[in-house]
Unconditional design. Structure first.
Length: 250
């Protein structure tokens, strides 16, 4: 590892980066005019807390925006070096970090995925909302089975969430990550929670996995529409859900 990387991954530097990221996100949240869609979604989801809040990769910088102040929350964060300062930032934003990585079904025991699954179930059992990116690196906008498995094991529903700002930086990365900029408009869109029965078989799990994927596509399309912007991570083959045009690969 180079000297620059060693310095960048040192604890003091990671602490500073995490603190600065949290302060910046607070600024973004305070200076954007956010709308909640649907307006009464907290009233409908509130009685079902704690839920599993599902997001696409690339939205993870904004996860604290969609959380009510009274709801304790934990989030799955990569065990990588980049994940360290993200975890520190989340702590400053009132979200506890669970370190681990999502995985495809055949790799569920790699990178601490199985251990993280147990920690997330424990968090849900203890009353914490769990925030989890549904897609697995590096396959953007394709929901993995991990989040559906967590819902089946915990008995808690999955709520697809998108947070978007009109002014933002879009990164040319596999996950089409973006980070909001101050002084614009924002949208927080939350879908109705999706239940996963404890006795769901393979076919039902696949159907529910697809439902989560479709729900995430729908809330992202709606959020970008509300701020008058195009989703840089939208899939390619157009289809319609309600009055929202989605983009989906073949």
């Amino acid at each position: 590892m180079s000297i620059v990387k060693r310095i960048g991954r040192s604890r003091p530097v990671q602490e500073s980066l995490g603190f600065l990221l949290a302060r910046y996100l607070r600024l973004v949240q305070a200076t954007n005019r956010f709308v909640l869609d649907p307006p009464d979604i907290y009233d409908r989801v509130g009685p079902r807390m704690p839920v599993i809040a599902a997001m696409w990769h690339g939205q993870h910088f904004m996860i604290s925006f969609g959380k009510r102040p009274q709801d304790p929350a934990a989030a799955l964060v990569s065990r990588s070096g980049d994940g360290e300062f993200n975890a520190i930032a989340l702590g400053h934003l009132g979200v506890r970090a669970i370190r681990g990585s999502g995985s495809r079904r055949t790799q569920v025991r790699e990178k601490g995925g199985a251990r993280a699954l147990l920690h997330m179930k424990k968090a849900l059992d203890g009353g914490e909302m769990v925030v989890m990116t549904a897609d697995v690196p590096k396959v953007s906008r394709r929901c993995g089975m991990g989040i559906v498995t967590l819902a089946r094991l915990s008995g808690r529903p999955i709520a697809p969430v998108a947070v978007v700002t009109s002014r933002r930086i879009d990164f040319n990365s596999w996950d089409h990550a973006s980070i909001g900029l101050p002084f614009g408009r924002g949208a927080i869109v939350i879908a109705e929670p999706i239940d996963v029965p404890a006795d769901a078989d393979g076919a039902a799990m696949e159907r529910l996995r697809q439902a989560v994927e479709d729900g995430l596509d729908a809330v992202h399309a709606r959020a970008y529409a509300l701020v008058g912007a195009a989703d840089p991570g939208a899939k390619q083959q157009a289809r319609t859900v309600g009055d929202v045009v989605l983009e989906r690969s073949a």
